[in-house]
Design a protein around this ligand. Sequence first.
Ligand code: ZN
Length: 403
Amino acid sequence: MAAPDRPLRRANWQAVACDLCGASRPDVLGQREIIVRGRTCDHQMVFVDVACGSCGFVQALERPDEAFLMDYYRDAHIGHRGGELHFDAASRLSAVAARVPGGGRIIEIGANDGAFCAELSKAGYDAFGFDPVEADEAAGVEKGFLEAGVASVTPRSADAVIAYYVLEHVIDAGAWLRSALALLKDGGVLILEVPNYTTHPQDSLNVEHLLHFTPETLRELLEQHGLDILPDQPTPTVAYGQAIAARLTDRALAECPRPASDACLTGGPKRLAAAKAAYAEAMADRARRQAAAESAAKLARDADPSGTASVFIWGANEYAERAAPLLAQAFSSVQVVDKSASKIGAPFPGLAVPIAHPDVAADVSARIFLLCSPNWNAQIAAEISAAGWNALAVIDAVAGERL
Ligand SMILES: [Zn+2]
């Protein structure tokens, strides 16, 4: 997939102090260079992953500037517009309904195409959102980062501010939180979901995430900003996530942020050790996935050394992103197919087609299938078999073996 003539945009990086305790004692966990293929150019980011030597919070040592991030999200993000809902709306709604009065005003930060704002409106809430990329006035979403759009919102007017999988992306967690809290009424509720670094470090250490929260560091960040953590916490709505709900208090706006707590600092060495172990686990997992992609590509080449078979990579996800460039070197026809048209976006330009696309069912002489779904590969293999397509090989790209 690499195209040497495509422009490469490099992030400008600025070193920052720890978001949680303010210390500048980074303990380097590792470095990841990532090049994300966008619609108009490739975006290069080099993450220096560190754990704070004082409190153990895991974060990117340096952060790109906002101009780079805005361009990056506009160019490289896969929108969900018009597709099926990409989240569990019922779970999110019940978490909100248990904590926010009926009919209350809710502001969603990172509202994507406004799909959840629309669900909240249907449930009787006065819902409104911000998103850096999407803008859909009909669904109540305004364009712009929170900081850019907040001027249009009456301060302290919201019963709740909600943000799903946003805080891990921000350049400055404290500034982001202060902006969010300024929107809340007295006693208003903040509901957040972020990846859980403790249970799923490999998902937290994903492309473009700058902050990696354990349940402890997430709670402490909110407490430092004067929020009271609510006694009953929401259930996260995705497997790799964690959810937290907290209430605005008088001191949140008066003395924000407060110094890191003793518990935060005395727990540092233990957390640092845990952060290192989780990081090593995540990197080992990453290496296993890359090795599986390489095995799968080799199996495909072995099945057709001439490279004339049509290769279909089934599932537009991280396994496909690893396997596609390897296969494109050996085969003239490589396509990524997926049931969800909304997932077929920037990473696969010119490669991806929906499963309903005529090319998939066309009468080509020989096909090789690479299956990329950790949970559904057996079922997909059965569907391919039932369709009667001439398959030279059906390969599990998650396990790196032939089926
Ligand atoms: Zn720290």
